[in-house]
Ligand binder design. Structure first.
Ligand SMILES: NC(=O)c1ccc[n+]([C@@H]2O[C@H](COP(=O)([O-])OP(=O)(O)OC[C@H]3O[C@@H](n4cnc5c(N)ncnc54)[C@H](OP(=O)(O)O)[C@@H]3O)[C@@H](O)[C@H]2O)c1
Length: 268
């Protein structure tokens, strides 16, 4: 299927690794030029260079922290020097916080909210006027399956995912008449550094019988135990869904949270 995305321009936050990088790769493979955002400059620049060399697309790497209040408008203004439009927005930057409500400190709560939710609001506010000028746009917000099926082992992450799903639907209904479609992806467990760094310590503490196994072995065990399809997701699984939702072939899906979890509602 031709996604009809050639020469569109996408702004992707959290673009340097994991799910965000995989979405960039899928978009680049469809001829999309990329504005890539993450904090660590070297990793981000290397990722952007790799994609422009491999796919012959233009990339603009802008290093910064999405929690900085002024950053989204700065990104849009820098991008406008290079590209004539911003057609697609992917709000992906973030990480998980493992633990229940009481294990999250004041700082955990504030920094998770700033990274996942407040940044999403500001990037939407900065980019949507650009989309409205041309009467076309697509937005994908990366949420988690816990926004639909909360797990007390991930309370903060899942509260924010529910808020993302709600924001996605409100915004979608509001701006549908402008030709802009907005959807979320309720991501299940996907093997990324984020999962390994933030979840595995919690799993090892709660499951002493498998604690001594390697990261890969534990993720394979949990994938079999908890997931109807028998495995954790790969970043490419999410990228394929995002690419369709962001494409011109998507003309009729908006305000939805697409469950992308191999049929599972929890992983730990
Ligand atoms: N992996 C899963 O199982 C899973 C499940 C549900 C939801 N998700 C969500 O999927 C998204 C991507 O996660 P991932 O697993 O792919 O993680 P990842 O591999 O750790 O990638 C996270 C990306 O976000 C960037 N980032 C993090 N904090 C940032 C900040 N404050 N400002 C700018 N960039 C920032 C990181 O680069 P820098 O660190 O250099 O900034 C990196 O590019 C997250 O929102 C996560 O909550 C993941």
């Amino acid at each position: 299927m031709d996604l009809q995305l050639k020469n569109k321009v996408a702004l992707v936050t959290g673009a340097s690794t994991g799910i965000g990088f995989s979405i960039c790769q899928e978009l680049a493979d469809n001829g999309v030029h990329l504005i890539m955002v993450a904090r660590t400059k070297k990793t981000l620049t290397d990722a952007a260079n790799q994609l422009s060399e491999q796919y012959g697309i233009k990339t603009l790497a802008i290093a910064g922290d999405v929690t900085d209040i002024n950053f989204p408008t700065q990104v849009v203004s820098q991008a406008k020097h290079v590209f004539e439009s911003i057609d697609l927005l992917v709000n992906n930057a973030g990480k998980a916080h493992a633990g229940n409500l009481f294990s999250a400190s004041e700082e955990d709560w504030e920094s998770m909210t700033a990274t996942k939710l407040s940044a999403m609001r500001r990037f939407c506010c900065a980019v949507i006027p650009e989309m409205q000028k041309q009467g076309w746009g697509r937005i994908v917000n990366i949420s988690s399956i816990g926004g639909l099926y909360p797990n007390p082992q991930l309370t903060v992450s899942h509260v924010l995912s529910a808020a993302i799903n709600n924001l996605t639907r409100s915004l979608a209904l509001d701006i549908a008449p402008s030709g802009i479609l907005v959807n979320a992806i309720g991501v299940g467990a996907v093997t990324t550094e984020n999962w390994a760094n933030n979840m595995l310590p919690n799993v090892r503490a709660r499951r002493p019988e498998i604690a001594g196994k390697s990261d890969e072995e534990i993720m394979a065990i949990l994938g079999k135990e908890k997931t109807p399809v028998g495995r954790f997701g790969k970043p490419e699984d999410i990228a394929a869904i995002a690419a369709f939702l962001l494409s011109n072939r998507n003309q009729f899906v908006t305000g939805q949270t697409i469950e992308a979890s191999g049929g599972a509602d929890r992983f730990m």
